[in-house]
Design a binder for this molecule. Structure first.
Ligand code: ASP
Length: 433
């Protein structure tokens, strides 16, 4: 009998081949880079598009089915309260871990003035673009994020510039309304949604068939992008920003192993090795795509099928998590802000560091689950403590690599919280048997 190759092995293989192809193309010259851009990278875009395509139908069908099966609406409020409470608690811990590490290691003090000028010069254009993007967010009225939660048009909400939370709100309304109408009227729609949910899950399986090709294309694009016209740049950047990058990685690792695995072990009461083993494909995909949104459908399917969480919990907790729970991002923002301050020889007071906790919490909530969103919102954190925003030019060179790592942490956090809420609500498969 032939043994099926596990998904995470296939993704890993795609990643390794993609990295090798990218490095080879960069070294072989512009013809190869051009070939990769024209004929390989589009497959990465197709893969990302397909994942995003299925995310909205998946949220709608699983949330509507899930809420419709609740016979007590008050329960929804309770689940929401617990979920948001744990999200905020873990994010504050993540930022604190980041702040403690960056103050102990002081990576900014290791950067000489020449290195600082070299790093700043390289990324002026990108820095301007990010600051501009942050400007539009900063100038919004205070209650705009709340207003943005409520869509005026469901098609637009599901469109490219839509907001996933708007779909969550719409699905919650539909689900609640279904429970409020007579059973015989509601039943056909519930059945339809239920079977649509099965179909959507199958579509995710179909999309995952091309996952190895997708991550191959995505990772070769990352390398080509990083190297741009000068391949030796990567090593130079990594050595200049090595201590900073290692500080971010160490903080992410600490948060993952202490906070998330603590939740998994003591709240979800699951075996941590089993959890980590089952999360491998999701983490690898998050790493390759740098997008919590693109990883969402796979995270939802994995939490239901592998970790045994009921769909009413995954349908609620995971889309919310992909949008507002970004511990990896907030931890990185705290470190980056203090790092930039250190490079500019600014000593941040305790009050300023507390301000960072608050603004990094808010800006990780406001960051979209797409590549590079964290660095845009970092501008807001920097502004809050009067650190020059031009400083983001310093860290842009390694941002993509750190983005890949923080996204993997973000999706792991969503799944850990999902399992914990499910256990509290008696909605893990092991509770039911
Ligand atoms: N790429 C991250 C995510 O999708 C957000 C960020 O940190 O830039 O979770």
């Amino acid at each position: 009998m032939t043994k099926k190759i596990p998904l995470h092995v296939k993704i890993l293989l795609g990643m390794i081949l993609g990295l090798s192809w990218g490095i080879a193309a960069v070294n072989l010259g512009s013809a190869w880079v051009g070939f990769s851009k024209d004929y390989i990278h589009p497959f990465g875009t197709i893969f990302m598009n397909l994942l995003k395509l299925i995310a909205i139908p998946m949220i709608l069908t699983s949330l509507v089915t899930g809420i419709a099966s609740l016979n007590d609406i008050g329960k929804l409020g309770r689940i929401g309260g617990k979920t948001i409470g744990i999200f905020i608690g873990t994010t504050v811990i993540a930022i604190t871990i980041g702040l403690v590490l960056v103050n102990i290691v002081q990576p900014g003090k290791q950067i000489s003035e020449e290195t600082r000028d070299m790093l700043m010069q390289g990324n002026q254009e990108q820095m301007m673009a990010k600051t501009l993007a942050a400007e539009s967010v900063k100038n919004r009225p205070a209650l705009q994020p709340l207003v943005d939660l409520f869509p005026s048009n469901v098609i637009n909400a599901a469109g490219d510039n839509g907001n996933m939370l708007q779909i969550v709100i719409f699905a919650v309304f539909l689900g609640i309304a279904i429970t409020l109408i007579p059973n015989e009227k509601a039943e056909p729609l519930v059945k339809l949604m239920d079977s649509a949910n099965e179909v959507v899950m199958k579509v995710v399986d179909l999309i995952m068939i091309i996952a190895p090709l997708g991550v191959f294309a995505l990772l070769s694009a990352v390398i080509v992008d990083l190297a741009k016209d000068d391949p030796s740049q990567i090593l130079g950047l990594l050595s200049a920003l090595g201590v900073y990058s290692l500080t971010v990685l160490a903080a992410l690792f600490l948060h993952l192993s202490l906070t998330y695995l603590g939740l998994v072990r003591f709240v979800a009461r699951m075996n941590i090795w089993d959890f980590l083993k089952k999360m491998r494909p999701v983490q690898l995909l998050a790493f390759s795509t740098s997008s919590s949104n693109a990883t969402l459908p796979v995270n939802m399917e994995n939490c239901e099928d592998e970790l045994g969480v009921d769909e009413e919990i995954t349908g609620f907790v995971l889309p919310l998590g992909a949008t507002i729970n970004m511990d990896g991002t907030s931890c990185y923002q705290a470190i980056a802000a203090v790092f930039i301050a250190q490079v500019f020889n600014m000593d941040l007071t305790l009050l300023e560091q507390l301000t960072i906790i608050f603004t990094a919490l808010l800006s990780s909530v406001g960051s979209a689950g797409v590549p590079g969103a964290g660095v845009v919102m970092l501008v807001i954190v920097l502004n809050s403590v009067n650190v020059p925003v031009e400083g983001i030019a310093l860290i842009l060179g390694v941002d993509r690599i750190l983005d890949m790592c923080r996204t993997a942490v973000n999706v792991t956090g969503d799944a850990a919280v999902c399992c914990s809420v499910a256990r509290m609500e008696g909605k893990l498969k092991s509770d039911i048997v």
